[in-house]
Design a protein around this ligand. Structure first.
Ligand SMILES: Nc1nc2c(ncn2[C@@H]2O[C@H](COP(=O)(O)OP(=O)(O)OP(=O)(O)O)[C@@H](O)[C@H]2O)c(=O)[nH]1
Ligand SMILES: [Mg+2]
Length: 282
């Protein structure tokens, strides 16, 4: 995740910065890096400790993006290109840096893939609708293939959540293997009946055999139904972190977003979230 954007002037002073997450960066290091970019007069990429820096000189300023060490170099360079392109436009129209920084978010966003797996009818599509703030479906319409959606209103820092809602019916399951790769989180949904939880255990073995990349998190859905197994029991049976949910209850939307946030925070130690903080230095 890109967590800071800086513009530094020709005297190596920080003109404006935007922070997207509570990760601290050493501003002296940022200034020293910017100075090296200025000397090289070309795009530079460096990793210092846990932070990756990419910077590019541009007219009267230098643009620096700071990201996590897990971020891919290619993707960061691509984003830097977009930011500098926009910055070039700002310079030519003599727009204020502050205006530029207000618009910078969309260029530094990283799409985060969240896969949702589980057997047919357990409530995967209903969870996606809940995350999107839509009305729960009145009847069961099985998903065909896969449904990919950007979740509005669930930005986490510069991450934009994109859900991959897999069809759970038997005839579609051969698709899973090809498509869940590069997920940051895999949500495994069960309807909280003992029978389904035990079947779901097989999906965990399958995912582990396939060398799943992200964290597996279980959702014990349909908690409103009588006899639903409690999340802590499902957790014990499945051996992975489990949260309870009632996806047809619109009041559970915040809970569903918090589950994603908590799962992300476990995979990367980010501390608490802070979005859209803009700091203007004197
Ligand atoms: N009672 C109850 N019903 C739910 C809940 N969540 C989903 N359902 C219902 O379960 C049925 C199936 O939900 P879907 O979300 O379509 O199931 P799915 O897992 O996407 O199924 P596939 O696309 O076939 O894999 C629908 O009729 C939903 O209304 C819940 O929390 N409680
Ligand atoms: Mg579905």
């Amino acid at each position: 995740m890109i967590h800071h954007v800086f513009i530094i002037d020709a005297r190596d002073e920080i003109v404006v910065q935007k922070k997207f997450w509570i990760i601290d960066v050493n501003t002296i290091e940022v200034q020293n890096f910017a100075s090296r970019v200025k000397d090289a007069q070309s795009l530079l990429f460096e990793q210092i400790g846990e932070t990756k820096y990419v910077g590019q000189p541009l007219g009267r300023g230098i643009v620096v993006l700071c990201a996590e060490y897990v971020d891919e170099e290619g993707a960061l360079m691509e984003k830097l290109e977009k930011v500098t392109e926009e910055f070039r436009r700002v310079i030519s129209y003599d727009e204020e840096y502050e205006d530029f920084m207000r618009k910078v978010d969309k260029y530094v966003t990283t799409k985060l893939k969240v896969s949702i797996l589980g057997y047919g009818g357990v409530g995967k599509t209903t969870i996606v609708q809940l995350l999107n703030g839509g009305e729960p479906p009145q009847s069961y319409i099985p998903t065909i293939g896969i449904d990919i959606q950007k979740i509005e209103g669930a930005r986490i820092g510069t991450y934009e959540i994109v859900t991959w809602d897999f069809a759970g019916q038997e005839r579609f399951r051969k698709l899973w293997k090809a498509l869940f790769s590069r997920s940051r989180i895999v949500f495994l949904v069960t309807d909280s009946t003992l029978e389904n939880v035990l079947q779901t255990k097989d999906i965990i073995s399958f995912l582990q055999q396939q060398g799943v990349s992200g964290e597996i998190v279980a959702i014990a859905n349909k908690q409103d139904l009588r006899g639903a197994l409690q999340p802590h029991l499902v957790q014990r049976l499945l051996g992975v972190k489990c949260y309870g949910l009632t996806a047809i209850n619109p009041n559970d939307r915040t809970k569903a977003i918090d589950i994603i946030r908590a799962s992300l925070e476990r995979t990367v130690d980010w501390g608490k979230m802070e979005i859209d903080t803009i700091d203007f230095l004197p």
